[in-house]
Design a protein around this ligand. Structure first.
Ligand code: BES
Ligand code: MN
Ligand code: ZN
Length: 505
């Protein structure tokens, strides 16, 4: 779908449909909807006064203009109560409206700048949000379906600027929205791709394509190089699979110096069977998505390289398959990580923290100033936070505040969890420096405490996306399957740190 900004009078737009917005509880219509209402001889205000249209959030009404407007249909999108409007609500409503129009076979739609001017919503941010909502809402993963799709795609969406003055701002918002949505869609595609396609080798191929397309530097370490670096924790997980592990390092240089301001580490388990500590069969197919953290950091750095902030960012993805082969890691085994710490394996299903541990070791070897890791790390995080928010864990509150603020702009909700030293007790081993499972209680926190040992003194935030990386239903701008969380947050974070390198503002 092409999204563009045009100028003109809303009553003159030629399109299959024009989208206008209605707030809940308004007495009389004003702005664009009033202009359209007039052209329709008061049809909208009549429906409103009859109580048929209420403007409730997500309420979408389609009326035919029957020749009274050049646009064949008017779509009235309910935005809820005006003071409660947020960018994320706009994103969701646009997605729902676009899906409805697509199902009606409309291939050319236009929309007013929904929500601009309400509260602190600027024309630029509204335009960005509309673009994200449309692109993310119309996303589907049908690559492996051979049957023809039921309905065609909306080919064009025009965002209508009523004043020439806004065009530049709207275009800027639209461009940024495209970059962010395309990155989130890339992450979704990677996560939705089944594990027989999305192997560690294939993840490295995707990285190669991104490096070529966006001018990123790429290093892919093979097993021998990982051995030389002493990545025993990662290699322990890899040894049960016939798929060779790949250690992917993608770098964006937006600044002259060699210093890496931000390392983004993403868990890249392309399939998590649990290994010898085999998972139950129920829903095991969902474990193709255990590389969602890796996909997110790769997608994020591609978007960062397109937006070109003045900052150096490196994405690090340990890509490994966790299978119970004849050479597999066993409970009771002891591994030595890259930073020299020894780990007693209690469960081979707690594999994410093992590969992320060595990736954190590598980020520290590169002397990254800040580290954010993203991982579908624990079922316990889903128990704690459900699929509503990502869990954040940190040893550095300032960085956590930055990450949470970057997330707030995107609607990707983040909730910080405690990291009291008392939890470390649970990870103590009798035979090694640490064990890889700290028991059932506070499982998301003990997993984070495990990672903290490998993040060392570098300011670090861990994001557990086990609950948020996949959606079990189509909802607002989420499709069933991968969500692309937290790609847009990570991009915003890099932009924010570039603006303020001390990351204290
Ligand atoms: N990849 C899983 C966590 C997960 C579970 C992600 C469900 C998404 C949905 C992780 O590797 C895992 O298996 N964790 C174990 C840890 C346990 C053995 C300490 C878990 O959460 O059960
Ligand atoms: Mn596991
Ligand atoms: Zn896993």
């Amino acid at each position: 779908m092409e999204i563009r900004v045009i100028t003109g009078d809303v009553t003159k737009i030629e399109a299959g449909a024009i989208v206008v917005n209605l707030f809940e509880g308004v007495e009389s219509l004003d702005g664009d909807i009033a202009t359209v209402d007039k052209a329709l001889d008061g049809a909208i205000s009549q429906l409103v006064s009859q109580g048929e249209i209420k403007g409730k959030l997500g309420e979408i009404t389609v009326i035919h203009s029957l020749g009274k407007l050049p646009a064949a249909r008017v779509v009235i999108a309910g935005l809820g109560k005006k003071p409660e409007l947020t960018l994320d609500k706009i994103r969701g409503v646009v997605a729902e409206a676009c899906r409805l129009l697509q199902k009606k076979g409309i291939d050319d739609a236009a929309t007013v700048v929904l929500g601009a001017g309400v509260g602190d919503i600027t024309p630029e941010s509204a335009s960005q949000t509309i673009t994200e909502g449309a692109l993310l809402g119309l996303y589907s993963f049908k690559k492996h379906v051979t049957k023809e799709p039921e309905y065609g795609e909306i080919k064009q969406l025009s965002i209508v600027a009523t004043s020439e003055d806004d065009v530049h701002l709207l275009e800027r918002g639209c461009d940024e929205g495209k970059v962010l949505a395309e990155a989130a869609k890339l992450a979704r595609d990677m996560v939705n791709e089944p594990a027989n396609y999305m192997t560690p080798g294939h993840m490295a191929e995707v990285a190669k394509k991104l490096a070529q397309d966006y001018g990123l530097e790429l290093i892919v370490l093979e097993r021998e190089q990982m051995q030389q670096l002493g990545m025993g924790a990662l290699l322990g997980v890899a040894q049960g699979s016939a798929q060779p592990p790949k250690f992917i390092v993608l770098s964006y240089k937006g600044k002259g110096s060699d210093e890496i301001a931000l390392a983004l580490v993403g868990k890249g388990i392309t399939f998590d069977s649990g290994g010898i500590s085999l998972k139950p069969g129920n829903k095991m197919e969902e474990m193709k998505g255990d590389m969602a953290g890796g996909a997110a950091v790769m997608a994020a750095i591609s978007a960062i390289s397109r937006l070109k902030p003045e900052i150096n960012v490196t994405a690090i993805v340990p890509a490994v398959e966790n299978l119970p082969g004849g050479h597999a890691l066993k409970p009771g085994d002891i591994l030595t990580a890259m930073n020299g710490k020894t780990i007693e394996i209690i469960s081979t299903d707690a594999e994410g923290r093992l590969i992320v541990a060595d990736a954190l070791g590598y980020a520290n070897k590169l002397k990254a100033k800040l580290i954010v890791d993203v991982a579908t790390l624990t079922g316990a995080c889903i128990i704690a936070l459900g699929n509503v928010c990502t869990g954040a864990f940190t040893t550095n509150q300032e960085l956590a505040n930055k990450v949470i603020a970057a997330g707030a702009k995107t609607g990707e909700l983040i909730w910080q969890m405690p990291m009291y030293d008392e939890y470390k007790e649970q990870n103590k081993s009798d035979v090694a420096d640490i064990k890889n499972v700290g028991g059932r209680n506070a499982g998301a926190i003990t997993a984070a405490q495990f990672l903290a040992e490998f993040a060392g003194d570098t300011p670090w935030v861990h994001l557990d996306i086990a609950g948020t990386s996949m959606s079990d239903k189509e909802h607002n701008y989420l499709a069933k399957g991968a969500t692309g969380v937290p790609v847009r947050t990570l991009v915003n974070l890099a932009l924010a740190i570039a603006q303020c390198p001390s990351y204290q503002c």
